[in-house]
Design a protein around this ligand. Structure first.
Ligand code: CO
Length: 667
């Protein structure tokens, strides 16, 4: 084993948050194998960096390089969690998980195995025959997480519910033709079909709904080229997974469950990098369906913890997914034996023009001062069954940071009886085809470090003042700031009529006006979970019931529904964390924000959904002494120059502006 520890990769100085290399992934598997942990029928779900303690990273202390491994022991039907020290070439821990299981994609071969088993199952084939489906070969089978409903069948199995779709060929949009009311329950460990339920025949919907170029019909012909040209290259610098752009600096990684993660986000100001966030990640997401039929009432996919969102990341294509001068980061994944493979172009980074950053036109001097805004986009797109989720972090030059989730892909569908017109919990989208109501709830874990680790969170409302001696004309309003002092007070809801925001402050660092330096969390689409609190999904996705939760930092608390939500009865994650009721004032606080979209489908969402958006903004509010983007230089585009030169002006303001060359004297 000495030769393993002495390999060159450990000798080289690597930043403690740099993702594991392919060599380190291989070595982790080798250490586990040599120590006997992979004997029997054990599949490695994922190997990822076991992030070192925050204190050690921030203080720049030497830390040992460790891997976090999640594995499935198929024989014992258990999930195992292990920490492996690469520096010391030893297994630090190997624990059997007592509640919940690894994501269903732990071994993609297991998924393929149950799909074949379903197709071969006589009971399932009989159900399809009743519906006139005989081309079994081309049927699409989607294994779904089974959820937790206290059914006998859930015990002792690594269970998936397989639902199916008719296709004429691979590549057809199967969701156009769901095979209604047939569910095959299968065990990923044994590869066997455990049971088949047929809830009654509904005819297969008649229409195909492919959306490839050929099927979509003649393309519009009036679209002229729009090219993004950066002749001197992009304005960012990259070193491994470390990025510097326009005073921002951060690290980026792809976690096998969380997906896109930002680390150590800071902004250079007053001659130093001021910390803002230590880690920002998706902490869980859930898609609960609001339809009561036997095919839909159990659907509530936890696409991070149940499906393994990070490993379902797309390889992005230049010019299609991303435009301009792109830097791609690859992700390293692994197979069940722990052999690494590279997912090329998993994370896309590029710059975008974003309209104006700030402007003022002075009538007396006829001078305009205007700056264009540019933002840095760091994104990844994940395909989970029928849906695509894009996670887009935007960095702006004024210190604003934004998360935008892009929801696209294909709706989850349900077949309707011919002539059926009344639908309570779904919307018709094509003949004999409806889309059930559902929600997409995303919880983001935001480990803020505003100018240091000790911060306080306040809820800030704007309220009207009653008319009276202090407000004789009735025009006044005030802000009301309330500190969140304990975890038991940290479950909060959005309040749009009060313009509610949350302020994350460092009480011991003041700006030049004597205010504590702060960032604000500004909500976007924010509906919370509609399912009843006693429902299975509400107990398991407690995070979805509130917009904000605040906890004290604990490196072991990373996931809103716990580390293993698959087949978990609920109660793990945020409800367990906040039960400690830790004090939150002037502490290392973590915000857990739930962004929510309620999706009542439209015909326009079919056959493929135009992007829908969800997310939030993080805005400096007294973090800086003034507009931090004053120093952004004016733009001198060819367009502006042409206007001054040829005198083709179309308006008064333009005339003066260009004619006098008021581009801040840089002409
Ligand atoms: Co949707």
């Amino acid at each position: 084993m000495t030769n393993v520890a002495d390999s060159p990769a450990t000798a080289k100085a690597v930043h403690p948050l740099e993702p594991l290399s392919e060599e380190e992934v291989s070595r982790t598997a080798r250490i586990l194998r040599e120590s006997g942990h992979l004997e029997g029928d054990v599949a490695i779900a994922y190997i990822t960096l076991h992030e070192p303690p925050k204190g050690a990273v921030l203080e720049g202390r030497d830390v040992s390089r460790e891997a976090l491994v999640v594995a499935v022991d198929r024989g014992a039907a258990t999930t195992c969690r292990s920490v492996v020290s690469l520096s010391e070439a030893r297994v630090v821990s190997w624990d059997v998980v007592t509640a919940g299981q690894a994501p269903i994609t732990a071994d993609l071969a297991d998924m393929a195995r149950v799909q074949s088993a379903v197709k071969a199952h006589p009971g399932w084939r009989e159900a399809l025959a009743k519906r006139g489906v005989t081309d079994i070969e081309n049927v699409q089978i989607d294994p779904w997480p089974a959820g937790h409903f206290g059914l006998d069948i859930e015990e002792g199995h690594r269970l998936v519910r397989c639902i199916a779709y008719v296709r004429d060929k691979v590549g057809d949009n199967g969701y156009a033709r769901p095979i209604e009311n047939v569910i095959a329950f299968a065990d990923l460990n044994t590869g066997e079909v455990v049971d088949v339920h047929d809830y009654g025949v509904v005819p297969i919907p008649p229409e195909k709904a492919n959306f490839d170029e050929e099927s979509a019909g003649p393309a519009r012909t009036d679209l002229k080229p729009l090219d993004i040209i950066q002749p001197e290259g992009p304005s960012f610098e990259v070193d491994g997974h470390f990025v510097k752009w326009q005073k921002w600096s951060f690290r980026v990684s792809m976690h096998p469950v969380d997906g896109l993660v930002l680390h150590t986000v800071g902004y250079e100001d007053q001659g130093r990098v001021r910390p803002i966030l230590y880690r920002a990640s998706l902490a869980e997401m859930v898609v609960p369906y609001g339809e009561t039929s036997p095919m839909n009432c159990w659907k509530n996919a936890f696409d991070a913890g149940e499906a393994g969102l990070g490993r379902l990341v797309n390889s992005l294509e230049l010019g299609c997914d991303c435009l301009g001068t792109i830097h791609y980061f690859d992700a390293i994944a692994n197979d069940a034996e722990g052999n690494p493979h590279r997912i090329a172009n998993a994370i896309c980074m590029h710059e975008e023009d974003y309209g104006i950053l700030w402007k003022h036109f002075d009538y007396d001097s006829q001078q305009a001062h205007v700056r264009r805004s540019r933002r840095l986009v760091v994104s990844s797109i994940h395909t989970i069954g029928n849906y695509e989720y894009g996670f887009f972090w935007y960095f702006y030059q004024d210190g604003t940071l934004q998360m935008e989730v892009k929801l696209t892909g294909v709706l989850q569908t349900q077949a309707a009886q011919p002539g059926e017109t009344e639908f309570k919990h779904s919307v018709p989208i094509a003949p004999q085809l409806v889309a059930p109501h559902h929600q997409h709830l995303f919880n983001f874990r935001l480990d803020f470090d505003i100018d240091g680790t000790t911060n306080t969170v306040s809820e800030v409302d704007v309220e009207a003042v009653p008319m009276g001696p202090d407000n004789p004309l009735g025009n006044a309003f005030v802000t009301k700031s309330t500190a969140i002092t304990r975890e038991s007070e940290g479950e909060r809801m959005c309040d749009f009529p009060r313009n509610r925001v949350w302020s994350i402050e460092n009480p011991s660092v003041k700006n030049r006006l004597g205010q504590p330096v702060a960032y604000r969390l500004l909500p976007g689409a924010a509906q919370t979970m509609l399912a009843h609190p006693d429902s299975s999904v509400a107990k398991r996705a407690t995070f979805g019931r509130k917009n904000l939760w605040v906890t004290r930092y604990d490196p072991a608390e990373l996931h809103a529904s716990g580390d293993f939500p698959n087949q978990h009865p609920g109660g793990d994650g945020l409800p367990r964390y906040i039960a400690q009721d830790r004090p939150l004032e002037n502490e290392d606080v973590v915000l857990w924000y739930t962004a929510g979209v309620t999706h009542i489908a439209r015909p326009e969402d079919w056959p493929v959904m135009p992007v829908e958006y969800a997310g939030f903004m993080l805005k400096p509010a007294g973090f800086f002494d003034r507009n931090p983007a004053l120093d952004v230089p004016p733009t001198h585009s060819d367009h502006c120059v042409d206007h001054s030169a040829d005198g083709h002006h179309d308006g008064h303001q333009h005339d003066h502006h260009d004619g006098h060359g008021h581009h801040d004297g840089h002409h």
